[in-house]
Design a protein around this ligand. Structure first.
Ligand code: BES
Ligand code: ZN
Length: 480
Protein backbone atom coordinates (compact mmCIF):
# COMPACT_ATOMS: atom_id res chain seq x y z
CA UNK A 1 0.00 0.00 0.00
CA UNK A 2 0.98 3.59 -0.22
CA UNK A 3 2.17 3.67 3.38
CA UNK A 4 5.13 1.52 2.46
CA UNK A 5 6.77 4.37 0.59
CA UNK A 6 9.99 3.80 -1.27
CA UNK A 7 13.18 5.30 0.15
CA UNK A 8 14.05 8.94 -0.22
CA UNK A 9 16.46 10.23 -2.81
CA UNK A 10 16.05 7.98 -5.81
CA UNK A 11 14.62 9.68 -8.88
CA UNK A 12 10.87 9.31 -9.27
CA UNK A 13 10.58 7.63 -5.93
CA UNK A 14 11.80 10.61 -3.95
CA UNK A 15 8.99 12.75 -5.34
CA UNK A 16 6.55 9.92 -4.68
CA UNK A 17 7.71 9.92 -1.08
CA UNK A 18 7.50 13.69 -0.81
CA UNK A 19 4.02 13.75 -2.33
CA UNK A 20 2.70 11.09 0.03
CA UNK A 21 4.20 12.96 2.96
CA UNK A 22 2.62 16.22 1.76
CA UNK A 23 -0.77 14.53 1.34
CA UNK A 24 -0.62 12.87 4.75
CA UNK A 25 0.41 16.17 6.41
CA UNK A 26 -2.31 18.17 4.70
CA UNK A 27 -5.17 15.68 4.51
CA UNK A 28 -6.97 17.39 7.41
CA UNK A 29 -7.00 20.72 5.58
CA UNK A 30 -7.95 19.02 2.28
CA UNK A 31 -10.92 17.48 4.09
CA UNK A 32 -11.90 20.80 5.69
CA UNK A 33 -11.90 22.44 2.28
CA UNK A 34 -14.01 19.65 0.84
CA UNK A 35 -16.43 20.15 3.75
CA UNK A 36 -16.78 23.80 2.72
CA UNK A 37 -17.74 22.72 -0.78
CA UNK A 38 -20.09 20.06 0.54
CA UNK A 39 -21.92 22.69 2.60
CA UNK A 40 -23.05 24.39 -0.61
CA UNK A 41 -26.35 22.75 -1.71
CA UNK A 42 -25.56 22.88 -5.43
CA UNK A 43 -28.54 20.81 -6.59
CA UNK A 44 -28.74 21.39 -10.34
CA UNK A 45 -32.24 19.90 -10.64
CA UNK A 46 -33.69 22.39 -8.16
CA UNK A 47 -34.13 25.88 -9.64
CA UNK A 48 -34.49 27.39 -6.16
CA UNK A 49 -30.85 26.39 -5.57
CA UNK A 50 -29.47 28.33 -8.57
CA UNK A 51 -27.45 30.74 -6.41
CA UNK A 52 -25.85 27.80 -4.61
CA UNK A 53 -24.93 26.10 -7.86
CA UNK A 54 -23.18 29.33 -8.93
CA UNK A 55 -21.51 29.57 -5.51
CA UNK A 56 -20.10 26.06 -5.95
CA UNK A 57 -18.65 27.08 -9.33
CA UNK A 58 -16.99 30.11 -7.72
CA UNK A 59 -15.57 27.92 -4.95
CA UNK A 60 -14.09 25.47 -7.46
CA UNK A 61 -12.56 28.30 -9.50
CA UNK A 62 -10.99 29.84 -6.39
CA UNK A 63 -9.52 26.54 -5.22
CA UNK A 64 -8.26 25.63 -8.66
CA UNK A 65 -6.41 28.93 -8.78
CA UNK A 66 -5.07 28.50 -5.25
CA UNK A 67 -3.77 25.05 -6.18
CA UNK A 68 -1.69 26.63 -8.95
CA UNK A 69 -3.85 26.40 -12.06
CA UNK A 70 -3.63 29.25 -14.56
CA UNK A 71 -6.17 30.84 -16.90
CA UNK A 72 -8.93 29.99 -14.46
CA UNK A 73 -12.30 31.17 -15.77
CA UNK A 74 -15.92 30.64 -14.97
CA UNK A 75 -17.31 30.09 -18.46
CA UNK A 76 -20.97 30.94 -18.84
CA UNK A 77 -23.27 28.62 -20.79
CA UNK A 78 -27.02 28.69 -21.41
CA UNK A 79 -27.25 26.78 -18.12
CA UNK A 80 -24.79 26.54 -15.22
CA UNK A 81 -21.18 27.60 -15.82
CA UNK A 82 -18.19 25.43 -16.57
CA UNK A 83 -15.05 26.10 -14.56
CA UNK A 84 -11.90 25.96 -16.66
CA UNK A 85 -8.26 26.19 -15.64
CA UNK A 86 -4.97 24.83 -16.90
CA UNK A 87 -1.28 24.38 -16.24
CA UNK A 88 0.55 24.08 -19.52
CA UNK A 89 4.26 23.70 -18.98
CA UNK A 90 5.70 22.21 -22.15
CA UNK A 91 4.04 21.69 -25.51
CA UNK A 92 6.01 18.51 -26.06
CA UNK A 93 4.34 16.83 -23.06
CA UNK A 94 1.03 15.03 -23.39
CA UNK A 95 -2.07 16.94 -22.28
CA UNK A 96 -4.68 15.54 -19.93
CA UNK A 97 -8.12 17.12 -19.58
CA UNK A 98 -9.58 16.49 -16.14
CA UNK A 99 -13.37 16.46 -16.08
CA UNK A 100 -15.60 16.50 -13.02
CA UNK A 101 -18.82 18.05 -11.77
CA UNK A 102 -19.70 20.34 -8.88
CA UNK A 103 -23.47 19.83 -9.04
CA UNK A 104 -25.22 17.20 -6.96
CA UNK A 105 -28.45 15.21 -6.91
CA UNK A 106 -31.43 16.35 -4.82
CA UNK A 107 -30.99 15.14 -1.22
CA UNK A 108 -34.59 13.94 -0.69
CA UNK A 109 -35.99 12.12 1.20
CA UNK A 110 -34.41 14.25 3.93
CA UNK A 111 -35.86 12.30 6.84
CA UNK A 112 -33.77 9.26 5.91
CA UNK A 113 -30.44 11.04 6.46
CA UNK A 114 -28.69 10.33 9.76
CA UNK A 115 -26.93 13.72 9.55
CA UNK A 116 -28.19 16.55 7.33
CA UNK A 117 -27.05 16.22 3.69
CA UNK A 118 -25.30 19.60 3.55
CA UNK A 119 -23.68 19.39 6.98
CA UNK A 120 -20.79 17.03 6.27
CA UNK A 121 -19.67 14.74 9.05
CA UNK A 122 -17.05 12.01 9.38
CA UNK A 123 -18.28 8.83 11.03
CA UNK A 124 -17.89 5.07 10.78
CA UNK A 125 -19.67 3.22 8.02
CA UNK A 126 -22.10 0.86 9.83
CA UNK A 127 -20.84 -2.71 9.87
CA UNK A 128 -17.29 -1.74 8.93
CA UNK A 129 -14.35 -0.16 10.65
CA UNK A 130 -14.00 2.46 7.91
CA UNK A 131 -14.53 6.15 8.45
CA UNK A 132 -16.31 8.12 5.77
CA UNK A 133 -17.40 11.64 4.93
CA UNK A 134 -21.20 11.76 4.95
CA UNK A 135 -22.84 14.42 2.75
CA UNK A 136 -24.65 14.79 -0.56
CA UNK A 137 -21.88 14.92 -3.17
CA UNK A 138 -19.22 13.43 -0.86
CA UNK A 139 -18.50 10.80 -3.51
CA UNK A 140 -20.56 11.98 -6.51
CA UNK A 141 -18.70 14.03 -7.46
CA UNK A 142 -17.42 16.80 -5.21
CA UNK A 143 -15.15 14.49 -3.21
CA UNK A 144 -13.77 12.76 -6.29
CA UNK A 145 -13.41 15.99 -8.28
CA UNK A 146 -11.69 17.72 -5.38
CA UNK A 147 -9.03 14.97 -5.24
CA UNK A 148 -7.82 16.28 -8.60
CA UNK A 149 -7.44 19.84 -7.33
CA UNK A 150 -5.51 18.59 -4.32
CA UNK A 151 -3.37 16.31 -6.51
CA UNK A 152 -2.41 19.38 -8.54
CA UNK A 153 -1.55 21.31 -5.37
CA UNK A 154 0.50 18.37 -4.13
CA UNK A 155 2.50 18.04 -7.34
CA UNK A 156 3.24 21.76 -7.48
CA UNK A 157 4.18 21.96 -3.80
CA UNK A 158 6.58 19.06 -3.81
CA UNK A 159 8.86 20.66 -6.32
CA UNK A 160 8.53 18.18 -9.14
CA UNK A 161 7.90 19.20 -12.69
CA UNK A 162 4.44 18.27 -13.94
CA UNK A 163 4.83 15.24 -16.19
CA UNK A 164 1.84 16.32 -18.33
CA UNK A 165 0.11 19.52 -19.32
CA UNK A 166 -3.14 19.72 -17.41
CA UNK A 167 -6.51 21.21 -18.26
CA UNK A 168 -9.49 21.18 -15.93
CA UNK A 169 -13.12 21.37 -16.92
CA UNK A 170 -15.58 21.13 -14.05
CA UNK A 171 -19.25 21.40 -14.95
CA UNK A 172 -22.46 22.03 -13.04
CA UNK A 173 -25.13 20.19 -15.01
CA UNK A 174 -23.97 16.59 -15.03
CA UNK A 175 -26.76 15.38 -12.79
CA UNK A 176 -29.37 16.87 -15.13
CA UNK A 177 -27.97 15.50 -18.37
CA UNK A 178 -25.20 17.99 -19.34
CA UNK A 179 -27.49 19.54 -21.96
CA UNK A 180 -25.34 22.63 -22.58
CA UNK A 181 -22.08 20.78 -22.80
CA UNK A 182 -22.41 19.91 -26.46
CA UNK A 183 -22.38 23.57 -27.48
CA UNK A 184 -19.59 24.44 -25.05
CA UNK A 185 -17.39 21.60 -26.27
CA UNK A 186 -17.85 22.41 -29.94
CA UNK A 187 -17.32 26.15 -29.38
CA UNK A 188 -14.18 25.53 -27.32
CA UNK A 189 -12.64 22.62 -29.19
CA UNK A 190 -9.18 24.23 -29.34
CA UNK A 191 -9.14 25.20 -25.69
CA UNK A 192 -10.18 21.69 -24.63
CA UNK A 193 -7.79 19.88 -26.94
CA UNK A 194 -6.10 17.05 -25.07
CA UNK A 195 -4.68 13.59 -25.53
CA UNK A 196 -7.07 12.05 -23.06
CA UNK A 197 -9.86 12.94 -20.65
CA UNK A 198 -9.37 11.80 -17.06
CA UNK A 199 -12.52 11.37 -14.95
CA UNK A 200 -13.01 10.31 -11.34
CA UNK A 201 -16.77 9.89 -11.12
CA UNK A 202 -17.12 6.11 -10.98
CA UNK A 203 -16.49 3.26 -8.54
CA UNK A 204 -13.98 0.55 -7.90
CA UNK A 205 -15.12 -3.00 -7.15
CA UNK A 206 -13.91 -2.76 -3.55
CA UNK A 207 -10.83 -1.60 -1.70
CA UNK A 208 -9.20 -5.03 -1.93
CA UNK A 209 -9.93 -5.25 -5.65
CA UNK A 210 -9.53 -1.89 -7.35
CA UNK A 211 -10.93 -1.65 -10.85
CA UNK A 212 -10.94 0.75 -13.78
CA UNK A 213 -14.25 1.51 -15.42
CA UNK A 214 -14.19 0.66 -19.11
CA UNK A 215 -17.81 1.17 -20.01
CA UNK A 216 -20.78 3.28 -19.01
CA UNK A 217 -24.39 2.98 -20.01
CA UNK A 218 -26.29 5.63 -21.93
CA UNK A 219 -29.61 7.06 -20.88
CA UNK A 220 -32.97 8.18 -22.26
CA UNK A 221 -34.93 10.03 -19.60
CA UNK A 222 -38.67 10.42 -20.31
CA UNK A 223 -41.49 12.37 -18.72
CA UNK A 224 -45.00 10.95 -19.19
CA UNK A 225 -48.38 12.39 -18.38
CA UNK A 226 -51.69 10.55 -18.68
CA UNK A 227 -54.88 12.61 -18.64
CA UNK A 228 -58.34 11.13 -18.10
CA UNK A 229 -61.21 13.50 -17.30
CA UNK A 230 -60.67 17.23 -17.66
CA UNK A 231 -60.85 17.71 -13.86
CA UNK A 232 -60.67 15.72 -10.64
CA UNK A 233 -63.91 13.82 -10.01
CA UNK A 234 -65.83 12.33 -7.10
CA UNK A 235 -64.84 8.66 -7.21
CA UNK A 236 -68.36 7.62 -6.18
CA UNK A 237 -70.22 9.67 -8.73
CA UNK A 238 -67.99 8.75 -11.68
CA UNK A 239 -65.90 5.80 -10.48
CA UNK A 240 -66.20 2.77 -12.76
CA UNK A 241 -67.43 4.79 -15.74
CA UNK A 242 -64.39 6.91 -16.63
CA UNK A 243 -60.71 6.12 -17.22
CA UNK A 244 -58.70 6.67 -14.04
CA UNK A 245 -55.33 7.93 -15.30
CA UNK A 246 -53.47 6.36 -12.38
CA UNK A 247 -54.97 2.94 -13.08
CA UNK A 248 -54.16 3.36 -16.76
CA UNK A 249 -50.59 4.53 -16.04
CA UNK A 250 -50.01 1.58 -13.70
CA UNK A 251 -51.19 -0.81 -16.41
CA UNK A 252 -49.00 0.80 -19.05
CA UNK A 253 -45.97 0.60 -16.77
CA UNK A 254 -46.70 -3.06 -16.01
CA UNK A 255 -46.76 -3.65 -19.76
CA UNK A 256 -43.31 -2.19 -20.31
CA UNK A 257 -41.65 -5.47 -19.27
CA UNK A 258 -42.53 -9.03 -20.28
CA UNK A 259 -42.50 -12.11 -18.08
CA UNK A 260 -38.76 -12.56 -18.72
CA UNK A 261 -37.92 -9.12 -17.48
CA UNK A 262 -37.29 -7.83 -20.99
CA UNK A 263 -38.34 -4.39 -22.09
CA UNK A 264 -41.28 -4.50 -24.52
CA UNK A 265 -40.46 -1.32 -26.45
CA UNK A 266 -40.32 -2.62 -30.08
CA UNK A 267 -36.79 -2.81 -31.44
CA UNK A 268 -35.31 -2.05 -28.00
CA UNK A 269 -32.78 -4.87 -28.31
CA UNK A 270 -32.12 -4.57 -32.06
CA UNK A 271 -28.79 -2.78 -31.79
CA UNK A 272 -27.73 -4.17 -28.43
CA UNK A 273 -24.22 -5.50 -28.37
CA UNK A 274 -24.14 -9.13 -27.27
CA UNK A 275 -20.92 -9.88 -25.46
CA UNK A 276 -18.81 -12.86 -26.52
CA UNK A 277 -18.69 -15.96 -24.35
CA UNK A 278 -15.10 -15.07 -23.41
CA UNK A 279 -16.06 -11.56 -22.31
CA UNK A 280 -18.94 -12.93 -20.27
CA UNK A 281 -16.68 -15.54 -18.70
CA UNK A 282 -14.18 -12.81 -17.82
CA UNK A 283 -16.96 -10.80 -16.19
CA UNK A 284 -18.05 -13.81 -14.20
CA UNK A 285 -14.54 -14.11 -12.78
CA UNK A 286 -14.66 -10.62 -11.26
CA UNK A 287 -14.76 -10.86 -7.47
CA UNK A 288 -18.30 -9.49 -7.26
CA UNK A 289 -20.54 -11.01 -4.63
CA UNK A 290 -24.26 -11.08 -5.30
CA UNK A 291 -24.86 -12.24 -1.73
CA UNK A 292 -23.03 -9.26 -0.34
CA UNK A 293 -25.01 -6.95 -2.58
CA UNK A 294 -28.28 -8.55 -1.43
CA UNK A 295 -27.25 -8.29 2.19
CA UNK A 296 -26.13 -4.69 1.97
CA UNK A 297 -29.33 -3.65 0.18
CA UNK A 298 -31.64 -5.65 2.43
CA UNK A 299 -33.02 -7.55 -0.57
CA UNK A 300 -34.91 -10.82 -0.35
CA UNK A 301 -33.83 -11.60 -3.88
CA UNK A 302 -32.51 -10.05 -7.06
CA UNK A 303 -34.67 -9.51 -10.11
CA UNK A 304 -33.96 -8.71 -13.73
CA UNK A 305 -33.66 -9.89 -17.29
CA UNK A 306 -33.73 -13.66 -17.67
CA UNK A 307 -30.53 -15.30 -18.86
CA UNK A 308 -28.13 -12.74 -17.41
CA UNK A 309 -26.20 -12.51 -14.16
CA UNK A 310 -26.63 -9.68 -11.69
CA UNK A 311 -23.33 -8.13 -12.73
CA UNK A 312 -24.39 -8.28 -16.39
CA UNK A 313 -27.82 -6.86 -15.62
CA UNK A 314 -26.29 -3.89 -13.88
CA UNK A 315 -23.70 -3.05 -16.51
CA UNK A 316 -23.97 -4.52 -20.00
CA UNK A 317 -27.74 -4.93 -20.39
CA UNK A 318 -30.22 -2.17 -21.20
CA UNK A 319 -33.00 -1.48 -18.73
CA UNK A 320 -36.16 0.51 -18.12
CA UNK A 321 -37.07 1.89 -14.68
CA UNK A 322 -39.67 4.22 -13.26
CA UNK A 323 -37.83 6.87 -11.27
CA UNK A 324 -40.87 8.69 -9.92
CA UNK A 325 -44.63 8.44 -10.08
CA UNK A 326 -47.36 10.67 -8.77
CA UNK A 327 -51.00 11.62 -9.08
CA UNK A 328 -54.18 11.84 -7.05
CA UNK A 329 -54.40 12.29 -3.33
CA UNK A 330 -51.20 11.66 -1.38
CA UNK A 331 -51.81 14.10 1.49
CA UNK A 332 -52.97 13.24 4.99
CA UNK A 333 -56.07 11.14 5.39
CA UNK A 334 -58.34 9.93 2.63
CA UNK A 335 -59.88 11.76 -0.28
CA UNK A 336 -62.17 9.88 -2.63
CA UNK A 337 -61.09 11.22 -5.96
CA UNK A 338 -60.42 10.19 -9.51
CA UNK A 339 -57.64 12.51 -10.55
CA UNK A 340 -57.49 14.19 -13.88
CA UNK A 341 -53.81 13.38 -14.37
CA UNK A 342 -51.12 10.88 -13.49
CA UNK A 343 -47.41 11.35 -14.16
CA UNK A 344 -44.21 9.42 -14.13
CA UNK A 345 -40.51 9.87 -14.87
CA UNK A 346 -39.12 6.85 -16.64
CA UNK A 347 -35.51 6.26 -17.62
CA UNK A 348 -33.90 3.69 -19.84
CA UNK A 349 -30.23 2.77 -19.41
CA UNK A 350 -28.71 2.00 -22.77
CA UNK A 351 -25.75 -0.05 -23.92
CA UNK A 352 -23.34 0.30 -26.84
CA UNK A 353 -24.91 0.86 -30.27
CA UNK A 354 -28.37 1.76 -28.96
CA UNK A 355 -29.21 5.30 -30.07
CA UNK A 356 -30.97 7.25 -27.39
CA UNK A 357 -33.03 9.49 -29.74
CA UNK A 358 -34.29 6.43 -31.60
CA UNK A 359 -35.17 4.67 -28.35
CA UNK A 360 -36.92 7.80 -27.02
CA UNK A 361 -39.05 8.00 -30.19
CA UNK A 362 -40.01 4.33 -30.13
CA UNK A 363 -40.79 4.53 -26.43
CA UNK A 364 -43.19 7.39 -27.13
CA UNK A 365 -45.08 5.41 -29.80
CA UNK A 366 -45.18 2.27 -27.68
CA UNK A 367 -46.35 4.10 -24.57
CA UNK A 368 -49.11 5.84 -26.52
CA UNK A 369 -50.26 2.54 -27.99
CA UNK A 370 -50.31 0.82 -24.61
CA UNK A 371 -52.42 3.70 -23.25
CA UNK A 372 -55.28 3.02 -25.66
CA UNK A 373 -57.87 5.51 -26.89
CA UNK A 374 -59.60 6.43 -23.61
CA UNK A 375 -56.89 8.80 -22.28
CA UNK A 376 -54.63 11.55 -23.59
CA UNK A 377 -50.92 10.99 -23.21
CA UNK A 378 -48.05 13.37 -23.37
CA UNK A 379 -44.59 11.82 -23.64
CA UNK A 380 -41.47 13.99 -23.77
CA UNK A 381 -37.79 13.34 -23.27
CA UNK A 382 -35.87 15.31 -20.71
CA UNK A 383 -32.31 14.35 -21.61
CA UNK A 384 -30.33 11.54 -23.10
CA UNK A 385 -26.93 10.25 -24.04
CA UNK A 386 -25.33 7.18 -25.56
CA UNK A 387 -23.29 4.49 -23.87
CA UNK A 388 -19.52 4.62 -24.00
CA UNK A 389 -16.82 1.99 -23.92
CA UNK A 390 -13.23 2.99 -23.31
CA UNK A 391 -10.33 1.03 -24.81
CA UNK A 392 -7.79 -0.87 -22.70
CA UNK A 393 -4.98 -0.98 -25.24
CA UNK A 394 -4.02 2.67 -24.89
CA UNK A 395 -1.21 4.46 -23.08
CA UNK A 396 -3.86 6.17 -20.95
CA UNK A 397 -5.50 2.94 -19.77
CA UNK A 398 -2.11 1.37 -19.10
CA UNK A 399 -1.09 4.47 -17.16
CA UNK A 400 -4.18 4.17 -14.96
CA UNK A 401 -3.38 0.49 -14.45
CA UNK A 402 0.23 1.29 -13.47
CA UNK A 403 -0.92 4.08 -11.15
CA UNK A 404 -3.23 1.68 -9.27
CA UNK A 405 -0.52 -0.95 -9.14
CA UNK A 406 1.95 1.49 -7.66
CA UNK A 407 -0.37 3.12 -5.14
CA UNK A 408 -2.62 0.20 -4.18
CA UNK A 409 -0.22 -2.69 -4.78
CA UNK A 410 -2.92 -4.44 -6.84
CA UNK A 411 -3.54 -4.95 -10.51
CA UNK A 412 -6.88 -3.23 -11.24
CA UNK A 413 -9.62 -5.16 -13.05
CA UNK A 414 -11.35 -3.59 -16.08
CA UNK A 415 -15.08 -3.36 -15.29
CA UNK A 416 -18.11 -1.95 -17.07
CA UNK A 417 -20.46 0.09 -14.92
CA UNK A 418 -24.14 0.86 -15.17
CA UNK A 419 -24.19 4.62 -14.55
CA UNK A 420 -23.91 7.31 -17.19
CA UNK A 421 -21.56 10.25 -17.72
CA UNK A 422 -22.73 12.03 -20.86
CA UNK A 423 -19.42 13.74 -21.59
CA UNK A 424 -17.63 10.47 -22.33
CA UNK A 425 -19.57 9.74 -25.53
CA UNK A 426 -19.74 13.46 -26.34
CA UNK A 427 -15.98 13.97 -26.18
CA UNK A 428 -15.37 11.00 -28.35
CA UNK A 429 -17.93 12.12 -30.92
CA UNK A 430 -17.12 15.83 -30.92
CA UNK A 431 -13.36 15.87 -30.42
CA UNK A 432 -12.28 12.28 -30.98
CA UNK A 433 -10.81 12.15 -27.47
CA UNK A 434 -11.10 9.02 -25.35
CA UNK A 435 -11.60 9.01 -21.60
CA UNK A 436 -10.05 7.11 -18.74
CA UNK A 437 -12.49 6.44 -15.91
CA UNK A 438 -10.34 6.27 -12.83
CA UNK A 439 -12.90 6.49 -10.05
CA UNK A 440 -12.41 5.75 -6.35
CA UNK A 441 -15.97 5.38 -5.03
CA UNK A 442 -17.68 2.16 -3.98
CA UNK A 443 -21.09 0.90 -5.16
CA UNK A 444 -22.13 0.95 -1.51
CA UNK A 445 -21.44 4.70 -1.12
CA UNK A 446 -25.17 5.49 -1.51
CA UNK A 447 -24.78 8.02 -4.31
CA UNK A 448 -28.16 9.54 -5.34
CA UNK A 449 -29.52 8.18 -2.05
CA UNK A 450 -29.74 9.28 1.60
CA UNK A 451 -26.50 9.00 3.59
CA UNK A 452 -24.17 9.33 0.62
CA UNK A 453 -20.61 8.94 1.83
CA UNK A 454 -17.01 8.65 0.67
CA UNK A 455 -14.44 6.77 2.70
CA UNK A 456 -11.61 8.96 3.98
CA UNK A 457 -9.20 6.21 2.86
CA UNK A 458 -10.50 6.42 -0.70
CA UNK A 459 -10.27 10.23 -0.71
CA UNK A 460 -6.64 10.08 0.39
CA UNK A 461 -5.75 7.18 -1.92
CA UNK A 462 -7.33 9.01 -4.85
CA UNK A 463 -5.10 12.03 -4.24
CA UNK A 464 -2.09 9.71 -4.08
CA UNK A 465 -2.99 7.75 -7.21
CA UNK A 466 -3.73 10.68 -9.56
CA UNK A 467 -0.16 12.06 -9.78
CA UNK A 468 1.04 8.54 -10.57
CA UNK A 469 -1.35 8.46 -13.53
CA UNK A 470 0.35 11.56 -14.95
CA UNK A 471 3.80 10.10 -14.36
CA UNK A 472 2.97 6.84 -16.14
CA UNK A 473 0.98 8.53 -18.88
CA UNK A 474 3.95 10.76 -19.75
CA UNK A 475 6.28 7.76 -19.75
CA UNK A 476 4.00 5.49 -21.81
CA UNK A 477 3.12 8.27 -24.28
CA UNK A 478 6.84 8.93 -24.85
CA UNK A 479 7.39 5.21 -25.45
CA UNK A 480 4.68 5.46 -28.11
N1 BES B 1 -21.22 9.48 -11.00
C1 BES B 1 -22.41 9.19 -11.71
C2 BES B 1 -22.24 8.15 -12.79
C3 BES B 1 -21.93 6.78 -12.32
C4 BES B 1 -22.61 6.23 -11.27
C5 BES B 1 -21.01 6.05 -12.99
C6 BES B 1 -22.32 4.95 -10.86
C7 BES B 1 -20.71 4.78 -12.60
C8 BES B 1 -21.37 4.22 -11.52
C9 BES B 1 -22.92 10.46 -12.36
O1 BES B 1 -22.75 11.62 -11.63
C10 BES B 1 -24.40 10.29 -12.58
O2 BES B 1 -25.11 9.96 -11.69
N2 BES B 1 -24.84 10.49 -13.77
C11 BES B 1 -26.20 10.46 -14.12
C12 BES B 1 -26.22 10.95 -15.53
C13 BES B 1 -27.52 11.31 -16.08
C14 BES B 1 -28.25 12.35 -15.31
C15 BES B 1 -27.36 11.71 -17.53
C16 BES B 1 -26.75 9.05 -14.02
O3 BES B 1 -26.06 8.07 -14.30
O4 BES B 1 -27.91 8.92 -13.63
ZN1 ZN C 1 -21.26 12.00 -10.75
Amino acid sequence: MSGTAPERGCGHNSQFYLMNEYIETNIGRFTDELFELLRIPSVSADTTKAADVHAAAAFVAEKLKAAGAENVEICQTAGYPIVYGDKITDSSKPTVLVYGHYDVQPPDPLELWTSPPFEPQIRLVPGSGDSAIYARGACDDKGQMYMHIKALETMLHTGGELPCNLKFMIEGEEEVGSSNLDTFVSENAEKLKADVVLISDTSILNNENPSITVGLRGLAYMFVEVTGPNRDLHSGTYGGAVPNPINVLAKIIAGLHDENGRVTVPGFYDRVEELSAEDRAAMARAPFSEDEMKKSLGLRDVRGEKGYTTLERKSIRPTLDVNGIWGGWTGEGAKTVIPSKANAKISMRLVPYQQWEEIADTFKKHFTELAGPSVFVDVTWHHGGNAAVTPTDTAAYKAAEAAFEEAWGKNPIPMREGGSIPIVALFERALGIKSVLMGFGLDSDSIHSPNEHFRTYNFEMGIKTIPLFYKHFARLSAEG
